[in-house]
Design a protein around this ligand. Structure first.
Ligand code: SIN
Length: 534
């Protein structure tokens, strides 16, 4: 059974500080929420487990979707989002996303974000499954880096403390109310207690469950794991989006080749040079991501290759430099001139549609605990996220959390002391080896194509490692492994339970959606023997 904590501690023996709000995570969702709270005069602290810019936001290439074009509307954006979500989106959440999105994007512009422009206004491009050109981008293919830059600037202007190398170990929850968090300062190796009126989770995704991912190394599912341990609901975890086009060169970094490249006419070719996508979907290269991913895997299998190719040679070197400077340079570093050479690509884990379940105000099942961005699941992505909706999700629902918190007037309550002393020593555990073993299982059995025997095998693997939950984690590497095992086991259980294929979840034994499965799988920890806990 999952325990409440992953380390032994006693808050009476630890340094403690009290603030208004603790925001965990420094991507778009966390920094935007923190900025809005601080701008209203509240005392906010942001913690981030590495450096402030080590986020998925920083890596985002394609852009941010918003219905601001002359022939576009929130209704069309809503319809595209619902269609991509394959019947599992929450329509009210999507309505909020697409109607409040344009205003939030304007807020980013007012802060100074330099989205690309034409003489008629913002330059808008198209990505897969969007019927309109509605993606704003910056720096060619460096949209996330530009947003991260501007939000870091705003956070500095508001003098919000951003505590880097601070790893949140667990939340401090008593009788279903969150009082703060237990935090490890990695530079000193010391634990400390942050008490706050509310905790906002914005810790991003869990791409590190897999060997190949576009996510940064920090994406180890920590927020989902500690929210689950604390009693929050988690849902839709079986829905993992694999990005179809990630650079696939031996020895090269796992580097995203943006969908925007296909939006600009890039063609997928198999080993024989054939443009194969129209055999799989009428929208060809701009079909939904799960369709493109499975098509690529089928072509790789049929031709015995470990990759396919993305051909952008219809663009000139100058055009590519202007539109995709980061991609062109990264490929050049690997000896590829993308104006002449096809880019070898293969799918890799990219985005977790599920997460900590929230309502449209970012509230979780635990009082005082909020979540936004990739760690959260408010139902806007359903079974498959529409391209470039994720930055918008962080912005819109982070903004709503800030508004909700600012409207609340109840007095802060410091809460009780907390302790845990029941975990046993795990000295000698090979955490690095465990991490590799987990990634191998996830790659083999929880990828874009799932087989029942593989899912059963993965479940047995997680069951064999349940003992980890009774062990104390000694450093952040071990803590990440604890979190990966918990999240991996939940993903596996959900994937095994969902006997259908839908969006990002595809099973060979149930290859089609089933109407009886148009429902969500929600998991919540059952409280156990917690003598020691609060
Ligand atoms: C991309 O640029 O292809 C990624 C955008 C996204 O995942 O929304």
């Amino acid at each position: 059974m999952t325990g409440l904590y992953i380390v032994n501690f006693d808050t009476r023996q630890l340094p403690q500080q009290t603030i208004d709000y603790l925001v965990i995570g420094s991507g778009i969702a966390g920094l935007y929420t923190a900025y809005l709270l601080a701008r209203a005069g509240r005392k906010v602290v942001v913690t981030t487990k590495k450096m402030v810019e080590n986020t998925s936001t920083e890596r985002a290439q394609g852009g941010i979707a918003a219905a601001i074009g002359a022939n576009d509307s929130p209704l069309l954006h809503l319809q595209d989002t619902l269609r991509a979500g394959a019947g599992l989106c929450d329509p009210e959440s999507v309505r909020i996303l697409v109607t409040e999105g344009p205003e939030r994007v304007r807020d980013l512009v007012e802060m100074g974000t330099r989205f690309a422009r034409t003489k008629n206004g913002f330059a808008l491009v198209r990505e897969g499954a969007h019927r309109k050109r509605r993606i704003l981008y910056a720096g060619g293919d460096a949209t996330g880096a530009e947003i991260q830059r501007i939000l870091c600037h705003q956070v500095a202007t508001q003098k919000i403390p951003v505590l880097e190398n601070h790893f949140v170990v667990d939340l401090l929850v008593h009788q279903n109310k969150c009082y703060g968090a237990l935090v490890l300062d990695e530079t000193t190796g010391c634990l400390a207690v942050f008490r706050s009126r509310a905790v906002v989770l914005a810790t991003g995704g869990a791409g590190q469950l897999f060997g190949q991912t576009t996510n940064p190394p920090v994406a180890t599912g920590d927020g989902i794991a500690f929210a689950y341990r604390a009693g929050a609901e988690v849902c839709d975890l079986e829905f993992i989006q694999f990005h179809p086009t990630v650079l696939a060169l031996p020895g090269a970094p796992t580097f995203l080749i943006s969908e925007a490249v296909r939006g600009e006419g890039g063609i997928l070719r198999n080993r024989a040079g054939e443009a194969f996508m129209s055999r799989y979907h009428p929208d060809a290269e701009l079909a939904p991501r799960d369709v493109v991913t499975r098509a690529i895997l089928a072509e790789m299998k049929a031709t015995g290759a470990t990759n396919v190719f993305l051909d952008v040679t219809h663009m000139t070197g100058a055009e590519l430099q202007r539109r995709f400077p980061t991609i062109a340079q990264t490929c050049a570093d690997q000896g590829l001139d993308i104006a002449r050479d096809w880019i070898p690509v293969a799918p890799a884990a990219h985005y977790l549609m599920g997460g900590v379940r929230t309502n449209v105000y970012g509230e979780t099942a635990v009082e005082g605990l909020y979540a936004c961005g990739e760690v959260a699941c408010v139902g806007v992505h359903g079974a498959n996220r529409l391209a470039s909706n994720s930055l918008l999700d962080g912005l819109v629902f982070g903004g709503r959390i800030a508004e909700r918190l600012l409207a609340r007037t109840e007095k802060a309550d410091a809460g009780p002391e907390f302790r845990c002393s029941t975990l046993r020593d795990a000295a000698g555990t090979d955490y690095a080896g465990l991490r590799v073993a987990l990634q191998k299982r996830m790659d083999a059995h929880l990828g874009p194509i799932r087989e029942p025997a593989g899912l059963e095998e993965a479940l047995r693997f997680f069951e064999d490692h349940e003992y980890l939950q009774q062990c104390t984690a000694t450093d952040t590497g071990a803590m990440e492994v604890h979190n990966l095992f918990l999240v991996g086991s939940l993903v596996t259980e959900a994937a095994l339970a969902r006997r259908e294929s839908r969006g990002g979840h595809y099973r060979t034994d149930y290859p089609a959606p089933r109407e009886s499965w148009r429902r969500r799988l929600i998991y919540q920890r059952v409280p156990g023997d917690e003598r020691d806990s609060g």
